[in-house]
Design a binder for this molecule. Structure first.
Ligand SMILES: N[C@@H](CCC[C@H](N)C(=O)O)C(=O)O
Length: 325
């Protein structure tokens, strides 16, 4: 079977985009999970953090399904949604669109370039839920806001929220990035465990000057990634709740793959976040796939050269991170 795909990234969080609107691939659920495991494997020629399946929707301009590299399906993906936003907008000649995701129909729009010649999209991150059952997180309380979890750390304080995929956020200083703690506790809560039966994305956040933060995320189903869009959005919200940042103001979020911007909205007790950042295509490729044998070969590959301009944004972001971490 031949499959055409695009490899792209949002803040270095890289994905394979497979268009099921223009192609009749007829994947089964098992095929999608196996495709993610086979194609995302970094030992192969493609390799990625996940696959974005772009599908028709009867209630929106298109539909996104996201599969992590381990074959698990996630309810949402912020960096991936920017890529899907670009794909749908370009396919349909739109500047704004609505994309159906597992739990919500989300508004997306083309934005002014965040850096010269870097394709930029804004996506809505919503709904936001603090009830522990939304993650789920098994603790004998309804919510967890800036509190210790004794099974994970004696010192760190965590906030748990679903946007709607699950996130655990700890805010701290440089020292928290200088040991193995994030890896160890993330592996614990993403292996068989009683606290987070479905796993969780774990982010460590360092406030920089007001209006700027640095976020590093260990993603459920993947491991450390360069960036996680929903995690950066959730982290921005937590910094507003803790009064480190302000609602309705741009927050610059630095990450190991570059920089995005978040704007947190609060209406009574309802929150949503605008996530604004790059949607960069790396190459188009065709593969010949033998899914039963879990093998494939790349039959053509066309580089798209957008990465050259993206690298300038990335170098500027890395300079900021170097000075502050
Ligand atoms: N990288 C994504 C999130 C992908 C899903 C996540 N690993 C999960 O399982 O919830 C993002 O940019 O939000």
């Amino acid at each position: 079977m031949q499959i055409d795909l695009i490899k792209g990234h949002g803040s270095g969080n890289d994905f394979l985009l497979i268009d099921e609107i223009s192609n009749d691939y007829l994947f089964t659920e098992e095929d999608r999970a196996n495709l993610a495991k086979v194609l995302c494997n970094r030992g192969n020629e493609l390799g990625a953090d996940g696959i974005l399946f772009i599908m028709k929707s009867d209630r929106a301009d298109g539909r996104m399904r996201v599969f992590n590299a381990d074959g698990s399906e996630a309810s949402m993906c912020g960096n991936g949604l920017r890529l899907v936003a670009r794909y749908i907008c370009e396919l349909k000649g739109l500047n704004k669109a609505v994309i159906e995701t597992m739990k919500a129909n989300l508004k997306v729009m083309k934005q002014e370039d965040i850096f010269p010649q870097v394709h930029t999209y804004q996506v809505e991150i919503s709904p936001v839920m603090f009830e522990l059952k939304a993650l789920p997180l098994n603790l004998p309380k309804p919510t967890l806001f800036n509190e210790k979890i004794k099974e994970l750390s004696d010192e760190l304080r965590f906030t748990a929220l679903a946007v709607p995929n699950p996130h655990l956020i700890a805010i701290g200083e440089t020292e928290m990035f200088q040991n193995n703690l994030q890896k160890e506790l993330s592996e614990k809560v993403n292996g068989p465990n009683d606290l987070f039966p479905d796993g969780v994305n774990v982010s460590f956040v360092k406030p920089l000057e007001k209006g700027s933060i640095y976020v590093r995320t260990f993603e459920r189903g993947v491991g450390f990634t360069n960036a996680c869009g929903t995690a950066m959005s959730a982290s921005s919200l937590v910094t507003c709740l803790t009064e480190l940042n302000n609602y309705e103001k741009v927050i610059n979020v630095y990450n190991n793959g570059g920089k995005v911007q978040c704007v947190v909205h609060k209406l009574d007790d309802t929150y949503s976040i605008d996530l604004i950042g790059n949607a960069t295509y790396l190459y188009r490729a065709s593969i010949q796939l033998a899914l039963n044998e879990k093998t494939f070969s790349v039959t053509s590959r066309t580089e798209l050269l957008e990465q050259r301009t993206y690298e300038k944004l990335q170098s500027a972001a890395q300079e900021v991170i170097k000075q502050t971490l």
